[in-house]
Design a protein around this ligand. Sequence first.
Ligand SMILES: *Cc1c(COP(=O)(O)O)cnc(C)c1O
Length: 360
Amino acid sequence: MERIYNFSAGPAVLPRDVLEQARDELVNWQGCGMSVMEMSHRGKEYMGIQAQAEADLRELMGIPGNYKVLFLQGGATSQFAMVPMNLLRGKTTADYLNTGEWSKKAIKEAKKFGSVNVVASSEDKNFSYAPAQSAWNLNKDAAYVHYTPNETIGGVEIFWTPETGDVPLVADMSSTILSRPMDVSKYGLIYAGAQKNIGPAGVTVVIVREDLLGQTVAGTPTMFDYKVQADAESMYNTPPTYGIYIAGLVFKLLKTKGGLAEMEKVNIAKANLLYDYLDATNFYNSPVAKENRSRMNVPFTLKDAAMDEEFLKGAKARGLMQLKGHRSVGGMRASIYNAMPVEGVQALVDYMKEFEKSHG
Ligand SMILES: *Cc1c(COP(=O)(O)O)cnc(C)c1O
C-alpha cells in the first residue's frame, strides 16, 4: 500500500524524509556498526546525537542560554504533575486558564499539590473559543500561570502571548510547538509530548528557565525534579534514546526547510485551504470562533451527523485516514501538523467537495 494521508491527532504523521533516513540508518548508524537503539546512552555516538538534537531545537526556537532543554518521558500528562511539584516554590496557589479537555486535566492534577485559581473558562460555550486576556482574573500571588495554547481536541488555538508580569507563564505546547515562531523568553516553562509535532511517542520536551529550578515540593520523586534532570543533561536514568534521535532528525529537517517562520507560512496556507472551504459551504461547519481556529487541529461537523459514517468510509477509500472527531466533540477532526503536506489537505478538501456534491 502507498502511504496514506494520516490526519491523526497523535501519534501523528512524520515527515517521509525522516522515516526514510531512519530506515537507511536503522541497522548501522553512520557506519558505526550498530543501530541507535543499541547504543549506550553514555557512549560518544549517542551523546553526540542528543547534543545535536538539543542544539538544533535551540536554534529553531531561539531558546535563550538561561533556559534548560530537557528530554523526558511520561508524556505531557506527567508534566501536569511535574509543573506544580517544581514550580509552586513555596507558594500555595497557581493560576490556570481553562480552554478545554487538556486544560481540565492539567487543572485536576495541579489540585493535588495546591489550590488552583481558574482565571477564565470557555466551558460555558462548549470550549469553542479562548477568553481574551481582559477577561482573566489573575492572582498576583500565584506561583505561575498555566495555559494550553492549542487545545488539540477542541481545535482552539491562542495566537497571542498572555502577559503575566513577574509571574512565570507555563504552556502546554504539545500540539503547537514548532508550528510557528514564538518568543521563548516570555515563558517560564514550555512542555510538549513529542507525538504531535516533534517525533515518536515516548519523548517529552521541557524548556525551563534556570532560576525556577531547585525548589520542589517535599516528597518529589528524584525523577520528577527538573533540576536533577537538568544537572544530568536528561540522563539521570536512560533517556528515550531512539525517540530523541528521530526528534533530532525532525529538527534538522525543519532547519533545512527554512525554520519555524517558513513552517508558519505553510501551516497558514494549509489551514486556510480547509477553513476557507468550511466558510464557503453550509454542508460542513467549523464549531470554533474564527480568531481561535487552530492551524494544527481542525474539527468540523457535517450538516447531518447521520452521514458521518459514510463520510469516513469514503475518506478511507481515498487514503484519507483518522478523520473521526474526538468523542467529546463529535464530527470530524483533521490534524494537519508540520509533516502533513499541502497535497494531503488539498486531497481532503477535494473529497469534501465531492461528498457535498453527491449528498448535499
Ligand atoms: C496529547 C496532548 C496531551 C497528552 O499527551 P501525552 O503525551 O499523551 O501525555 C496533553 N496536552 C495536549 C495539549 C495534548 O495535545
